[in-house]
Ligand binder design. Structure first.
Ligand SMILES: Cc1cc2nc3c(=O)[nH]c(=O)nc-3n(C[C@H](O)[C@H](O)[C@H](O)COP(=O)(O)O)c2cc1C
Length: 223
């Protein structure tokens, strides 16, 4: 039975990215009523940043070069390392258990919110990375859907030029984790048109963008 891990990254009750993920999750759960489903809002219950103990453990794994998950799980040596490593592995285990990863990801300053980065820093540990020889890792094959919300627009014809470090960043980070083989982005843009007076002429653009993202999310969930 497939399982869905759903992470949101916006603290706002009226979050646009979370509206899209909620549509995907509802349709997916409708299609898989018995399937395991885990939902966490990383903005409301944040992941602690990596600390010296986590980084030290990662460095040791890099030195010994193990790709064995069981061995890596037990790599913490000192009390502080074991404590911090346990925190990281709770997140890693949830990710390993997921067949589908769904992320609601606002754009913050052309990139990802720090709460997402804190999660990513914890789960990106050596044995989860793809093996450069095969291009495969333990997360290869995980279906990944990223629903974004952006105040402005960053499409090819828009004025965003090369400032979209949001999708590009996630693609690069997820490629390293083997999460880019089946990765789709659903973008809702111009979300600021609702409350910024000079963007008011773009309200229709914003509505259309959100509608398309929601429809694609519903269809993708039933795939
Ligand atoms: C701290 C912060 C930084 C932001 N930076 C950008 C930005 O660089 N580009 C942009 O288009 N919108 C930016 N926005 C607007 C958000 O992307 C937009 O409000 C989006 O709808 C937020 O997602 P949410 O609706 O899921 O909360 C920023 C908003 C915040 C709060």
């Amino acid at each position: 039975m497939p399982s869905l891990l759903h992470l949101d990254c916006s603290p706002r009750p009226e979050s646009v990215s979370a509206q899209i993920t909620a549509e995907f999750a509802a349709a997916w759960r409708g299609a898989h009523p018995e399937a395991p489903y885990v939902h966490r809002n990383l903005a409301r219950t944040p992941v602690p940043h990596v600390d010296a103990a986590h980084v030290e453990t990662v460095c040791r794994l890099e030195t010994c070069g193990t790709r064995d998950l069981g061995e890596a799980r037990k790599a913490g040596r000192t009390l502080a390392e074991r404590r911090s490593w346990r925190r990281s592995w709770k997140l890693i285990d949830a990710l390993l258990a997921a067949d589908v990863l769904l992320i609601g990801l606002p754009m913050y300053h052309f990139s990802v919110p720090s709460v997402f980065k804190a999660w990513l820093d914890r789960v990106t540990v050596p044995p989860l990375l793809i093996d450069p020889k095969t291009g495969l890792g333990p997360l290869s094959g995980t279906r990944t859907v990223v629903a974004t919300a952006r105040g402005a627009t960053y499409g090819d014809c828009a004025g965003g030029h090369g400032e979209d470090f949001h999708e590009r960043y996630v693609r690069a980070a997820f490629h390293a984790l083997g999460l880019a083989d089946d990765l789709v982005f659903l973008h809702a843009e111009m979300t600021k048109a609702g409350h910024v007076p000079w963007l008011a002429p773009f309200q229709e653009t914003a509505r259309g963008s959100l509608e398309r993202a929601v429809e694609t999310a519903r269809a993708a969930a039933r795939r």
